[in-house]
Design a protein around this ligand. Structure first.
Ligand code: HEC
Ligand code: HEC
Length: 192
């Protein structure tokens, strides 16, 4: 919340020198929704790029009028939306709608986790473990199942038995993963 508060202070002093949609976006929205409009996981903000302009306009109106849920996140947006002129709303929503949607924001980070932690050396870049079944294919697996297996490996519930030779190869790979990384990896492999 501290960071959001800081952003609000910065915003209240923003002067709109340029009314084009991109300029409005960069000066008023990018701090929270990301320079690429992909959303920022740590700030709980959604991707806006590639969204239909009428939908964006309706949400901005609803945030501002308190019609959309007025919980913590929506309140933040309500304060932002109240400060926009109709012209700014028109140009910024037009600008966002013109961008390609692209991939969800967690993809880039988790892709580097998946290759950085060397999962690719056994499970393959495509997650299909094409080298003949020594390691299982993970591609398209249900995220909650992958999460549970990684937790079980990490916590020593799986891959500890002395007869489980393959499991014992996998276990050290999961040992230092945080809960967050496990969640992200589960989501990531489900999209492969
Ligand atoms: C201080 C941070 C912050 C700033 C600045 C900000 N937003 Fe948001 N925005 C949020 C948060 C948080 C949410 C999620 C609200 C929720 O969960 O209901 C959100 C949600 C939205 C949504 C709803 C999207 C959907 O798919 O339903 C729209 C539209 C939106 N913002 C547009 C904008 C625009 C346009 C700007 C710039 C004029 C902007 N936001 C600036 C934090 C911010
Ligand atoms: C040294 C090779 C190796 C590396 C590196 C490796 N794994 Fe594995 N993984 C395996 C093997 C072998 C198994 C199968 C164990 C068994 O037979 O019980 C496995 C099993 C799994 C499973 C269980 C799948 C299922 O269907 O039950 C998941 C999930 C998994 N690995 C994810 C990962 C992730 C994520 C990483 C990177 C952090 C990773 N692995 C790194 C070899 C590896």
């Amino acid at each position: 919340m501290y960071r959001v508060g800081l952003v609000l202070v910065l915003l209240s002093t923003t002067v709109f020198a340029d009314s084009s949609g991109q300029a409005v976006y960069e000066s008023t929205c990018a701090a929270c929704h990301g320079v690429d409009a992909n959303g920022i996981d740590a700030l709980s903000t959604p991707k806006l790029r590639g969204q239909h302009a009428p939908y964006l306009k309706r949400q901005l109106a609803h945030f501002r009028q308190g019609v959309r849920f007025t919980g913590r996140y929506a309140q933040t947006m309500g304060a932002i939306a109240k400060d926009l002129t109709m012209a700014q709303i028109a140009t910024v929503t037009q600008y966002l709608a013109s961008l390609e949607p692209g991939s969800p924001s967690f993809m880039a980070d988790t892709e580097s986790l998946f290759s950085g932690r060397n999962c690719v050396s056994c499970h393959g870049e495509d997650g299909r473990s094409s080298a003949g079944g020594m390691a299982p294919s993970l591609a398209g697996q249900n995220p909650w199942y992958v999460e549970r297996q990684l937790q079980d490996f990490r916590d020593g519930n799986r891959g500890s038995h002395k007869s489980d030779l393959r499991g014992r190869m996998m276990r050290p790979q999961a040992e230092s993963l945080s809960d967050e990384q496990i969640k992200a990896l589960g989501k990531y492999v489900s999209t492969l």
